[in-house]
Design a protein around this ligand. Structure first.
Ligand code: WTA
Length: 649
């Protein structure tokens, strides 16, 4: 039997105590698709509304009029739902357990403490002129202040836009300008794996860029105490401003469709898109999936090892768990520091029951061999989760056997920045697991596969993954650019939401995500547009043309492979490779570091001048036997040269 065919049946013991067993999952799923209005009206009661919704769902994917609204006459506040409503029953329960980069550094905030500090911060934001509907950009380390900042914005009706701390000043500036943020919240430095990253310095640099004069104030958390420049009148110390505020700050009642946040993500073309998520539907989807997919039980410590800069951190470090009154662990560091077994040590230290991480992190640990986990027992673990990229069955089995001591189900969760929350994943008490498959849709999710012409494929098949109808957590638009939203997601297959992913459905109706079918790549679970990297490269004077593709990488899932055609007066050299590598790192951020650069005297193009990426991908993957039809190429000899000079051996 190959790994792919292995099935891990639901354990009866697990199912007996789970939120959903087989029967319950099937009946709830059926109800959610037969009667979405009734199902979601009922589910919405898990949130506290200042005005309960009577209008449940209003959504059309019709390309002329994409319009998505959930609970549109309801009013609520996301921060209230994450904090205030828990005070009575679990005010003293830990809300956030923070584990610092240094293992001797950790801190706990109870719901009461988190509520008080967040309210002070909300008042501090008000004192800086932030109000309902304003945007605030966060460029922060993984410290509790990051979660507080998100919640404080939500409390006063401001819209946060978190920019991952690994992005460059230019990337940050672009996002600040697009969102028109008046305030940026940052820290002096972040600390990861013992290394300091100069966040404030990056903000200073970003704010010299054109258009960033919209920024009035920069609120700075003192994290490392490292040296920073200070701009009098603009920069404000977080502790000074926040300490002096009252901890009484009413939560602003928001319409369910008021924006909660913007989050930028990469697409196959152009600039990053600011996906707009709104309050009611998003929060409900995050909370409901957090409970059912992770089978979260009262009092457990739950750890999502993502960064708050990504959607995973938004939905499953902050909003989902806190809305459910869960204890959420936040980790500042990297999995292998200071010891390769740190993940296990953190699990033992804080008695973590649920660990949610990425295939890349798992593969990196796996490379150390089984003994990497010898420094911990991980006896507290009950469930494991995976997200961000397809997990190969070998990594799945290792995760299960070594990290999970062969006793924890694994939920492989497929979703996207655009979907707001988990879409396809097993409920662990209900669905037999097949390593490598995200398995079955969550409540209310209607996945389908289509061929390239848009015909719906039935039964076991392989195609493009679309979603046929709206779900509450769906992004409503692209910030200030609804047309692009429609164009990007609803024009390829009219009337359907196109995910950009390829997918196979097996004879049991299980979904197997095969990866992106567009020009987006997933490097270590970080999503990147090849077009962004290309446009960075061609801005370098030596580069005449560049093409970027992903190739299979043992640890990262995909690596970044770059073909560069130099301008006439430039010669290939190792120095130039280094320079181009630095160029991209500086322009976009270290996450976009090229893995392989190949000099290409020219690139394979069709007669109409379109680069044939399919061929470049195959060469990068060393699959040159099946190059397919190259007869449409303007100059087929180009391909032979590229194959002979492959840089990836
Ligand atoms: C990929 C991350 C396979 C997919 C939550 C998707 C996955 C993109 C999985 C979204 C999974 C995410 N199996 N592929 N379990 N989860 N992906 O927006 O290609 O950063 O389209 O959201 O990651 O990445 P994003």
């Amino acid at each position: 039997m190959t790994e792919q065919q292995k099935v891990h049946p639901v354990s009866e013991e697990f199912a007996a105590n789970a939120w959903a067993d087989k029967e319950k999952y099937l009946s709830m799923y059926q109800q959610s698709v037969d009667d979405p209005q009734g199902f979601w009206a009922e589910q919405a009661k898990r949130l506290d509304w200042s005005k309960a919704p009577t209008q449940i769902k209003h959504a059309t994917f019709d390309a002329d009029n994409v319009d998505i609204r959930w609970f549109e006459d309801g009013e609520l506040n996301a921060c209230y739902n994450c904090l205030d409503r828990h005070l009575e029953r679990r005010g003293d329960q830990p809300a956030i357990i923070w584990e610092g980069d240094d293992p001797s550094d950790s801190k706990t905030y109870s719901f009461r403490e988190l509520h008080a500090r967040t309210s002070q911060l909300a008042n501090a934001l008000k004192s800086m002129g932030v109000g309902k509907g304003d945007t605030v950009t966060l460029y922060m380390p993984m410290v509790p202040e990051a979660s507080m900042a998100m919640l404080a914005c939500a409390r006063i009706g401001a819209i946060h836009s978190v920019v991952f701390g690994g992005f460059s000043p230019d990337a940050l500036a672009q996002r600040v300008v697009d969102a028109q943020s008046k305030v940026v919240i940052t820290a002096d430095e972040s600390i990861r794996g013992g290394k300091h990253v100069p966040l404030k310095e990056n903000v200073d640099a970003a704010l010299t860029r054109e258009g960033t004069d919209v920024v009035d104030k920069v609120l700075v958390v003192k994290r490392s105490g490292g040296e920073i420049d200070w701009h009098e009148g603009r920069d404000v110390w977080f502790h000074e401003r926040v300490d002096e505020q009252s901890s009484d700050c009413p939560a602003e009642p928001m319409n369910a469709e008021d924006p909660l946040f913007i989050l930028y993500t990469s697409g196959s073309t152009g600039q990053p898109k600011g996906l707009k998520h709104t309050t009611g539907g998003y929060l409900l989807h995050a909370a409901l999936t957090h409970q059912y997919v992770f089978d979260y039980q009262e009092g457990e410590v739950y750890w999502c090892a993502a960064d708050v800069g990504w959607i995973t951190g938004h939905s499953y470090i902050v909003y989902g768990p806190l809305a459910n009154g869960a204890t959420t662990l936040m980790f500042e560091g990297v999995p292998s520091y200071p010891t390769p077994g740190r993940i296990g040590e953190v699990i033992d230290k804080h008695h973590v029951s649920i660990l949610y991480t990425s295939p890349t992190a798992i593969r990196a640990l796996m490379a150390h061999g089984d003994t990497v986990m010898d420094s911990s027992t991980r006896n507290s673990l009950r469930l494991l989760g995976s997200v961000g990229e397809p997990i190969n069955p070998e990594a799945w089995e290792w995760f299960h056997r070594v990290i999970g001591n062969s006793k924890c189900p694994i939920v492989d969760t497929w979703w996207q920045t655009e979907t707001g929350g988990i879409m396809i994943a097993p409920l662990p008490g209900a669905v037999d697991l097949k390593p490598g498959s995200a398995t079955r849709p969550f409540f209310g999710v209607l996945p389908a596969l289509v061929d390239n012409e848009g015909n719906i494929l039935e039964g076991a098949s392989n195609g493009n993954l679309v979603i046929l109808d709206s779900w509450p957590g769906q992004a409503r638009s692209i910030w200030q650019n609804h047309e692009r939203f429609v164009q990007t997601y609803f024009s390829a297959y009219p009337g359907k939401y196109f995910t950009g992913d390829g997918c196979r459905r097996d004879e049991d109706g299980y979904y197997w995500i095969t990866g992106r079918v567009d020009d987006v790549i997933n490097v270590s679970g970080h999503r990147m547009g090849t077009a962004e990297i290309e446009s960075s490269l061609v801005a370098h004077q030596a580069v005449a043309e560049a093409a970027v593709v992903g190739y299979p990488h043992d640890i990262k899932g995909q690596g970044i492979y770059i073909y560069v055609t130099l301008g006439d007066e430039y010669e290939p050299s190792d120095e130039l490779k280094k320079e181009l590598t630095q160029w991209v790192r500086k322009d976009i951020g270290p996450i976009a570091s090229p893995d392989v650069i190949q000099w290409a005297p020219s690139l394979p193009k069709t007669r109409s001048g379109k680069i044939m990426r399919r061929i470049l991908r195959k060469i990068a993957a060393n699959e040159t036997d099946g190059l397919g039809d190259t007869s449409t190429l303007a100059d087929p000899s180009v391909v032979q040269d590229l194959i002979e000079n492959r840089a990836n051996r």
